[in-house]
Design a protein around this ligand. Structure first.
Ligand SMILES: Cc1ncc(COP(=O)(O)O)c(C=O)c1O
Length: 360
């Protein structure tokens, strides 16, 4: 490994060394084309091959059926907070499940375009929980039901999704897509910003059941239109060529590792190490309810906010960066996405133990 440290950032976040090596090898001249990928026209033959291979690889790895379209869109996941209601609201109604800050932002954006019912809001438990499925009472006449599968800030994750029958389930999977196998057919639409498990910032990936693609709201900016994305294969305008290429290299790395089955095993192993340590001591206090803990973002506090800051600063000095919790919740957050090796987690636990002994 070069002069690299373990980067526990929530996103943009760590890329695997193998991926960085590939990007580096291709940097000046992609596969003897004499040109860097970022210099290529999005219509060039070489680039079109990168684009379609990336899409095909994503379809294969996630087992996305032919009844779904894949888009690479601008505007990050936040763009999708608007795109989803603008495209899917035909009756003008949707249910939103608010399990954290991004789920709330998605709901607030949707409220501009239609009638949004918040059927669950976790604010009273400090967003430390995911609702039990039987706690949720869906409306019958809505266009879709929206949830956020992993709450990046609070460190909670849905481990079982509600069955919404004929009402499409829409999920913001920004912080846990590609971290485990999922059944895409359970969802009408999945979207994610790429800057965690899918590479670098600059694209939102949208996976949508084809029958949900329609004209949408006539006032919608064309850049958010799923119909136009489908008609133009995500090339209504210049797509974010480099982030799409990076996604392709990340997908190749996932394949080389043994696909999502292996990735999921590795993620469980890493998270178990960290949570087992947390459960076996009393200095640190985990934030999320045990049953709802995220395998991607592990959140906890020391007994004192000043110690939280000291923890992050000393961890940085010891080669572990970005452990400070989100400004909304404070404390400490260790984001352990796919690219974080188990050695990074082991090193963190060693440091945590030492820090606890020194500061108890
Ligand atoms: C779950 C979730 N949704 C949405 C967003 C916003 O993503 P973007 O910055 O791509 O708009 C984030 C960013 O961290 C996130 O974690």
């Amino acid at each position: 490994m070069k002069d690299r440290i373990y980067n526990f950032a929530a996103g943009p976040s760590m890329l695997a060394d193998e991926v960085l090596d590939r990007l580096y090898a291709d940097f000046y001249s992609y596969q003897d084309s004499g040109m860097a990928v970022m210099e290529m026209s999005h219509r060039a033959k070489d680039y079109l091959a990168v684009f379609s291979e990336t899409k095909d690889r994503l379809r294969k790895i996630m087992a996305i059926g032919e009844d779904y379209e894949i888009f690479f869109m601008h505007g990050g996941a936040t763009g999708q907070f608007a795109a989803v209601p603008l495209n899917l609201m035909k009756k003008g109604k949707a249910d939103y499940i608010v399990t954290g800050n991004f789920a709330k932002k998605a709901a607030q954006e949707a409220m501009k375009y239609g009638e949004v019912k918040i059927i669950y809001d976790g604010k009273d438990n400090g967003y430390s929980q995911i609702p039990a499925i039987d706690e949720l009472h869906f409306s019958r006449d809505v266009d879709y039901i929206h949830l956020c599968s992993n709450n990046t800030i609070y460190g909670t994750q849905w481990h079982k999704y509600p069955e919404t029958k004929d009402i499409p389930l829409v999920a913001d999977m920004s912080s846990d897509i590609l971290s485990k196998k999922i059944n895409v057919a359970d969802f009408g639409l999945i979207y994610a910003g790429a800057q965690k498990n899918m590479g670098i910032a600059g694209i939102a990936v949208v996976i949508i059941r084809k029958d949900l693609i329609n004209q949408g709201n006539p006032l919608m900016p064309q850049i958010l239109s799923y119909e136009l994305m489908a008609k133009n294969d995500s090339m209504l305008n210049t797509p974010a060529t480099y982030p799409i290429y990076v996604l392709g290299e990340v997908l190749r790395w996932i394949e080389d590792k043994g696909g999502l089955e292996q990735i999921e095993k590795d993620n469980i192993r890493k998270a178990d190490l960290l949570y087992d340590y947390l459960d076996g001591q009393t200095f640190y206090k985990p934030h999320a309810r045990k049953t709802d803990r995220s395998l991607m973002n592990v959140t906890f506090t020391t007994p004192d906010p000043e110690l939280d800051s000291l923890f992050a600063a000393q961890a940085q000095e010891n080669g572990m960066a970005n452990l400070k919790g989100h400004r909304l919740v404070g404390g400490i957050r260790a984001s352990i996405y796919n690219a974080m090796p188990v050695e990074g987690v082991e090193k963190l636990i060693e440091f945590m133990d030492l820090f606890a002994k020194e500061n108890a």
